[in-house]
Design a protein around this ligand. Sequence first.
Ligand SMILES: Cc1cc2nc3c(=O)[nH]c(=O)nc-3n(C[C@H](O)[C@H](O)[C@H](O)COP(=O)(O)OP(=O)(O)OC[C@H]3O[C@@H](n4cnc5c(N)ncnc54)[C@H](O)[C@@H]3O)c2cc1C
Length: 399
Amino acid sequence: MADAVRYDVIVLGAGPAGSAAAKRAADRGLSVALIDRAVFPRHKLCGALISPRANKAVKEVHGIEMPDDMYLPSRAVEFKWNGEVLRDITAPYDLTYSNRLDFDHWLRNSALAAGAENWEGTRVSRFLDTVNALELSDGRRLEYGVLIGADGAASPLAKHLFGQAFDNDKIAFAFEAEADQPCDGVSDASMSIDFRIVRWGYGWNFPKRKTRTIGLGGIKSVDQDLKALMAQYLELEGVDPGSVTVKGAHLPGGDYKKKPGRGNILLVGDAAGFVDAITGEGIALAIESGAMAGDAAAEALAADRPALAETHYFGAVKPIQAELDRVRRIRGIVYAEAFEKHFKDRLRHSDWVGTAFFDVLSGERTYAEVEKRFAKKAFTKALQGVASWPSKMRRKRAG
Ligand SMILES: Cc1cc2nc3c(=O)[nH]c(=O)nc-3n(C[C@H](O)[C@H](O)[C@H](O)COP(=O)(O)OP(=O)(O)OC[C@H]3O[C@@H](n4cnc5c(N)ncnc54)[C@H](O)[C@@H]3O)c2cc1C
């Protein structure tokens, strides 16, 4: 067997989380291998609404801003309820709609330019934690000081560590299609979110330069036929379901990992379950957690104690985890059947709900403030009584 190649840090997965981890570790002077099974540019199912918080994270970690031709800016937003437009709002800032083929390639190139080595088109066949090594499918071995798993919602590394990548009762599933409705040149092409097309989830119709990205997602264990709902939703949005290719993917639905990793192995982004279960936003959290893991690796290796990486990282991601707890509690109210009428009414009339939505997307307002406001208003009792997971799942557990 050929000699093993050794890196300070190996990052598995070159999506937004992996590229951020690799960039940060390389910037801190570490040798880094950035592995992905795909060859870039590669597709990734995603609405690719790059929120202001995500744009800010890109700037902080990579020091770059999306070039104009990589996104479509727009401020027009519609809140919908089973196809009915409840409200038209103008966002207080540009929302930017990109595509993951270009966006991820661009971020990965930034990590490579910082010195991370490119191991694309590479599969890992075995994790050899006891000797801090990976075996690749061609038999080669790579050794690491710290291993960072940025390998997505179905993370093979999380599965290796914990026996499963996610809890099937708590994971969300989404369908998406690209409709042939180019929005380039359309003045302020509107996005819409349909809050009632599915239970414990929502639908989205995002304008893109060359298409419209239409999708819906919800907690998988809720008793509903997401695929059939997707066909209905496409029709409501004026698209013949037979004219598009519908694809599906898992995405974390609020069940993040309390301890995302073990010793010198860290999980970031979707692999750690870091997705906002109300807005569906995962890109900002992927970049933020990736950079935190890069920093944690650098601290632990500088102290010559790689196993301390988890201590640094678990501490750093606590604010993300606390926010995701709040998101889950608030979601329990927003999606509770008992509050359906009230929620619809708020979407239609409440200026505060409209403003909070954009403030959260921009990172200007935290869910702590949102929760405080909910608690202050009519929901004090509800906050105590409503669980953060759907009722069917709760019944199953109790029974
Ligand atoms: C339908 C849908 C719509 C979404 N819309 C939005 C949105 O509009 N805005 C938003 O902010 N978020 C959205 N999200 C969430 C967002 O896509 C994720 O949170 C984000 O991609 C997480 O980034 P990541 O780097 O952790 O993982 P990923 O982007 O999934 O990257 C993981 C990488 O790991 C690689 N990989 C996987 N397994 C292996 C392996 N065994 N070996 C090597 N490499 C491997 C993959 O090839 C991939 O490149 C959406 C998700 C879905 C499913």
